[in-house]
Every structure is written in C-alpha cells, then in structure tokens.
Design a protein around this ligand. Structure first.
Ligand code: FES
Length: 252
C-alpha cells in the first residue's frame, strides 16, 4: 500500500443517480484486484506529498480498469467533481476476493447499497464464462443497471426480500457475494443468511461472503475502528476484508 497522486480525466453520468469518474493514476494501481479499494482525498496543486496523512479519507472501490493507468470509480451523482481535480490516493486497501477454482455460477446480492464494491469482478468473471446473477434488495432496487454488461442477469427482489425462482437461484450458485450499505450491516447480513438457510439445507463454509464498506478512519490497521467479531477471533476490515465468510461473522 502506498500514497500516490491522480487526477480526474473524464466524468460520465451512467444513470439517474450515479456518475463514473475516469482517474489517471499511478501505474502501481493498475494491478488492483476486485475487492481492493482506495482511500481518496481531494487535494490542491500545492499539496505537499511529504506531509500526507491517511486519516478520514473516502473509501472508493474501483469498478473498472481500462488501461495501465486509468481506473474508473462510480460515485453518487450528487457529489460534485470536475475534470482535472487532483486526488491523493492510498491503496490498494484490503484483500482481493477469493473465488472458488471451479466457479460456473455466481450470485451477487446488493442490499441497501449500490453494487459498487462488486462491479470490478464482472470483467474477470465474464471473461471466464462465469454466469453472473445480481439481486437488488431494499433501496438497491432503485439502482439503474442499464450500463452494466448485458450478460449479467438482474433480479429485483420484492419488499419481503424474496424473488421468483429463489430456491433455484440459491441452489445453482457456486458462490455468493453480498454487499450491504454502511450502518446496520450485521442485521442485513443476518437477513441474507436467513434467506439462504430457509432455502438451502445448509450454508457451507466458503460459500457466502459479506462485503463491508464501513468508513476506514486510518485504513492501515492503526486505529482498530474497523474491528469485527468473528467466531473465535477478531479481524480488521481494512487489512483482512472487505469480504468475510458469513458463516464466521457474529451476526445480529
Ligand atoms: S480503519 Fe483503522 S484499523 Fe482499520
């Protein structure tokens, strides 16, 4: 992990509520993998790189990598940016998602959160002919998906978090990744586990992963604000996450 500078090269609105920012970044960030994030701060021209500090930055999950030094970030359209804006970035933060070796079908769930932390995996999975289904639950149902690859099957869940063919979707998935919004994450993960347990005989280890997006005050393991209670241990979102096996998390 290191600090580098970047600037916004292009901004494009992708749906009613979200925009994409193409960032010209240091080449070291072009190897970032799905699951890894950046800690970002806007800076001015006279930014003193000698006096950088990690604290209280925004957590950004890139959604695409185009060329060796262009990363795309997706952010709410209400956040105002302009091309040319300089940024200080710290990254990569966190561990890449661990996919099963024999992965044919993957289920992505996004619950009260845009699917942003899950999007960087799409090019990797689609290139390997993995079938991808994305279920939008809660406020995520408002998320416009027209800009996502057409190969991704989109399901919008009902108010009670169910959808047609749910038993089949869950039975067919080799792996599940679920992103929930910051706030009541553990309750939301508990809802998702309940859904899966009601429709499968069991939820095995290494099957369903919860992806956390809590703000990371330091991002480097120093403040312990992102500590999580797992069965038998404690882990840090910034160093060990963002994805945790839902069978090991102590859920509400
Ligand atoms: S954010 Fe400080 S330890 Fe993780």
């Amino acid at each position: 992990m290191k600090e580098s500078q970047a600037y916004i090269e292009r901004i494009k609105r992708v749906n009613r509520d979200f925009q994409r920012l193409d960032l010209a970044v240091d080449q070291s960030l072009s190897h970032l993998l799905a699951g890894q994030a950046l800690l970002a701060r806007r800076i001015e021209k006279d930014y003193d790189a000698e006096r950088w500090e990690p604290y209280l930055r925004d957590l950004w999950f890139p959604v695409d990598i185009h060329a060796s030094n262009i990363l795309t970030i997706e952010l709410p359209a209400r956040e105002q940016f302009a091309p040319g804006q300089l940024l200080s970035l710290i990254g990569p933060v966190g561990q890449p998602f661990r996919f099963r070796q024999k992965l044919r079908n993957i289920l992505l769930i996004t619950y009260h959160s845009p699917p942003t932390p899950l999007l960087l995996m799409l090019p990797y999975l689609l290139e390997r002919q993995v079938s991808v289904t994305m279920v939008l639950m809660g406020s995520a149902r408002q998320y416009g998906t027209d800009h996502l690859p057409s190969e991704v099957e989109i399901i919008v869940a009902e108010d009670n978090l169910t959808w047609n063919d749910m038993v089949m979707t869950l039975g067919w998935a080799d792996q599940v990744f679920a992103a929930v919004g910051p706030g009541d994450e553990l309750s939301h993960f508990a809802d998702i586990m309940r859904l899966m347990r009601d429709r499968r005989n069991e939820v095995p280890v290494n099957y369903a992963f919860g992806v956390l997006q809590r703000p990371l005050p330091c991002g480097v393991g120093a403040c312990h604000a992102c500590m999580l209670n797992l069965r038998g241990s404690q882990k840090l979102q910034c160093l060990d996450g963002p994805a945790f096996d839902l069978t090991t998390l102590r859920l509400n």
